[in-house]
Ligand binder design. Structure first.
Ligand code: ATP
Ligand code: MG
Length: 324
């Protein structure tokens, strides 16, 4: 069952973040599509061996419906300065990608992003929240792992209707070897984390709340895009100093969803709801207790996948046309 690097063929680049690059890859012996993530690390033998050892426990951890499948970690002897992580390929991609396709779709149709027509209406948001909470509870209860980086790009979806989380803090060596860069600073960080306080699973609850506001409104709360380090630092300061973000009052959200988000986005950690309180919340039960939810959500995912394909084609046509 082990995958060997020499049996992999590169298909296309999926994306890149602060810490690495993800490539869609074919595993030739069984024609399986997988995602290959490459992370540059310091070229020290001890460090790399330690890293691979720590990442290998991911194999056990990933045996859960809401954790992205893990096929192995290597350090690439031919390039010497990178770690390779092989994981399950999720064909609808991450929530940030889906949101950006939705935004372009609205832009082309010249309609505003409102909650009534949003792809991210309450059913998918309730389902996504349930799956994220379920995955986080499993990570903490079974492995005492706190995710630390919940954000749209780390929540992956496939057309079978699965929602899975990835990129959690399993390896302290990896976290430390990335720590001296700007990596690890995220605008989804809770106020206590920004202030250097203690970090518990409630930090992930805060991030989940922000993510729901962003997906339902189409925009990151507390304003705009933050591409420069100065912009991000300014935003982090506002998260600490200003009142907690809320769902917009101008849109109609249900009482259940509004209350759920309010309980996630409580600035003081002690007052914030816990993972286990939230998974029993009415907003989760309202949809996830229906026996049709899995089917409804699978249907939603299939539709999203179709839209992603259409978006790709339109973009291709647009670039072709701009060449003429
Ligand atoms: P950051 O580095 O700030 O955490 P990121 O999460 O976007 O940002 P990566 O984790 O390197 O960065 O992932 C890059 C992109 O690859 C993601 O945005 C996601 O869309 C895509 N991706 C990652 N893993 C998978 C996967 N298993 N299947 C499909 N797409 C994936
Ligand atoms: Mg990621």
């Amino acid at each position: 069952n082990g995958i060997q690097l020499e049996n992999l063929v590169r298909l296309s680049k999926i994306g890149a973040g602060n810490s690495g690059t993800v490539v869609k890859t074919l595993h030739v012996p069984d024609s399986r599509i997988i995602a290959k993530k490459t992370i540059p690390v310091e070229n020290k033998e001890v460090l790399k061996n330690q890293l691979v050892r720590e990442l290998t426990i991911m194999k056990n951890v990933s045996a859960h419906d809401n954790i992205v499948g893990f096929y192995g970690a290597f350090y690439n002897p031919s390039t010497t300065n990178e770690i390779v992580i092989l994981m399950e390929y999720m064909d609808c991609g991450s929530l940030d990608k889906i949101l950006s396709v939705y935004r372009s779709d609205c832009h082309r149709k010249n309609v505003s992003i409102s909650c009534k027509t949003s792809w991210f209406n309450e059913m998918p948001l309730s389902r996504i929240s349930f799956c994220v909470l379920n995955g986080l509870i499993y990570l903490y209860d079974c492995y005492k792992i706190i995710h630390r980086d919940i954000k749209p790009s780390n929540i992956l979806i496939n057309s079978k209707g699965d929602v899975k989380i990835c990129d959690f803090g399993v390896s302290t060596t990896l976290i430390n070897s990335l720590a001296d860069t700007f990596v690890g600073t995220s605008t989804y960080m809770s106020p206590e984390r920004i202030q250097g306080g203690r970090y518990t699973t409630k930090g992930d609850v805060w991030s989940l709340g922000l993510m729901i506001i962003e997906l339902s409104s189409g925009e990151f709360p507390l304003g705009g895009h933050h591409d420069t380090p100065e912009g991000i630092l300014d935003l982090l300061q506002r998260i600490v100093n200003e009142p907690a973000p809320k769902l917009s009052k101008n849109e109609h959200y249900s009482i259940e969803m509004t209350d759920f988000v309010n309980r996630c986005c409580i600035k003081e950690e002690r007052g914030r709801s816990s993972l286990k309180e939230l998974i029993c919340h009415d907003f989760i039960c309202k949809y996830n207790n229906r026996d049709t939810i899995a089917k409804e959500f699978r249907h939603w995912c299939k539709k999203v996948k179709k839209r992603i394909k259409e978006d790709k084609m339109i973009r291709r046509e647009e670039t072709e046309r701009s060449k003429i």
